[in-house]
Design a protein around this ligand. Structure first.
Ligand SMILES: Cc1ncc(COP(=O)(O)O)c(C=O)c1O
Length: 395
């Protein structure tokens, strides 16, 4: 059905047999862009006009369906924003985080994406404070509460759900509860978890949630989305630092015309429409989360059998991505390991830890446990070729 690109580098020992419909491409064992289904890719083989009535229906449906997945009721809106996830994160920070002299935003950090939010706020000159935890430690809701009690001017709390830096899951329910008990606005970066780990925006009191097309809904990159309370959007009129990232304006135009203000990523939206259909057909967030968990269980079992160690304990690592500590064996070199695995049909991901050498393997995307079983065979061959005999990390 789809054209096969010709990047093939066959190994003699392990067959290169990538995702269905694109067997010459590697499986993307990454947190996105990720491996998509043939039908999601196929949906992009048509050129859509951004003013077409069918296209506008598609945009309206996508907005509606995302709200349903988030369990966001009548009081919520969905605004799509062109660009990668960071553009949507920035659009929402610029629309909802107060200006002025007093510090009114708390950024909770236990990895790169919390740091990124703080960096954006610094650029935007929005006064904020941070509450930092180790990369391998989930956020403590009680410490968030103490910070709120000690800083009563705080109005907005920003927190990442799955910190993709390590894969650690933050205890969202507990964090929301302490924020709500203290009357705060909760802003969740659910980029890498939305669609696989259930959220109930209304029940949990999440006011703002951001994710993007190329994560657990299994679409392709091109846009992000902000789900938020309508009254917050209304109050954000004229507050954005940016014309193109102005959520209020984007929302108003989408509401009135079902169009984007500026050129929409038409192919990515059509692919996302198909990805949403497949999300529903699979059984929604619960079923998707279960498949990812099976992938993850298979991955952890197989890697541990090979002697690898994970950064996190299983009770705090979610089903999205796993961080493995690099073997201490001097023959191990990540770049060589990566390239060799790539030539066997698997694209893994470098580590993002600040203190230890590591690499990551994502378990999201159109993948099942068989892919990981094949991965172990490739890893065994590659490490053997590299002369690595011990996969245990530096103690
Ligand atoms: C939790 C989280 N937040 C934000 C981002 C940024 O998204 P993007 O790289 O699409 O800008 C990512 C990307 O993986 C992420 O995992």
């Amino acid at each position: 059905m789809l054209q096969k690109p010709t990047q093939k580098k066959h190994s003699q020992n392990v067959s290169f047999d990538g995702p269905e419909g694109q067997e010459d491409m590697p499986f993307l064992l990454t947190p996105g862009p990720l491996t998509t289904s043939p039908s999601v890719k196929f949906a992009m083989l048509a050129d859509w006009g951004s003013r077409d009535i069918e296209f506008r229906h598609l945009v309206a449906n996508i907005r509606r369906q995302l709200l349903v997945i988030a369990n966001a009721g009548e009081a919520y809106e969905c605004v799509l924003m062109q660009g990668s996830g960071t553009f949507a994160v920035e659009a929402a920070l610029g629309s909802f985080c107060p200006t002025g002299r007093k510090i009114k935003t708390l950024v909770v950090i236990n990895g790169a994406y919390g740091h990124r939010a703080a960096k954006i706020l610094k650029h935007l000159k929005r006064p904020h404070m941070t509450l930092e935890f180790d990369e391998e430690t989930p956020v403590s809701a009680s410490k968030v509460e103490s910070a709120l009690k000690a800083n009563e001017d705080i109005e907005v709390v920003f927190v990442v759900h799955c910190e993709t830096t390590t894969g650690v899951m933050n205890p969202l329910e507990d964090i929301c509860k302490v924020c709500k008990d203290n009357g705060k606005t909760v802003y969740v970066d659910a980029m890498s978890s939305f669609g696989a780990i259930a959220v109930d925006m209304e029940k949990s009191g999440i006011d703002i949630l951001v994710s993007s097309a190329n994560k657990c809904i299994e679409g392709v990159p091109g846009f992000g989305y902000v789900l938020c309370r309508r009254d917050l959007l209304e109050a954000s009129k004229g507050k954005s630092h940016s014309m193109s990232l102005d959520l209020y304006d984007q929302w108003q135009v989408m509401e009135k015309t079902a169009q984007f203000r500026f050129t929409p990523p038409t192919h990515a939206l059509v692919a996302f429409g198909q990805a949403l259909r497949e999300h529903t057909e699979e059984g929604g967030t619960t079923a998707r989360g279960k498949r990812y968990q099976r992938n993850c269980d298979t991955l952890l079992k197989g890697m541990r059998k090979l002697g690898f160690e994970t950064l996190l304990s299983d009770d705090v690592s979610g089903p999205i991505i796993q961080t493995f500590l690099s073997p201490a064996d001097p023959k191990f070199d990540f770049d060589i390991f990566y390239e060799a695995l790539r030539s066997h049909g698997f694209a893994i991901y470098p580590g993002k830890l600040t203190k230890r050498d590591s690499f990551r393997i994502g378990t999201i995307g159109k993948l099942d446990a068989n892919v990981f079983t094949r991965l172990f065979k490739a890893i065994t061959v590659v490490l053997d070729d590299m002369g690595v005999t011990n996969n245990a990390p530096q103690k």
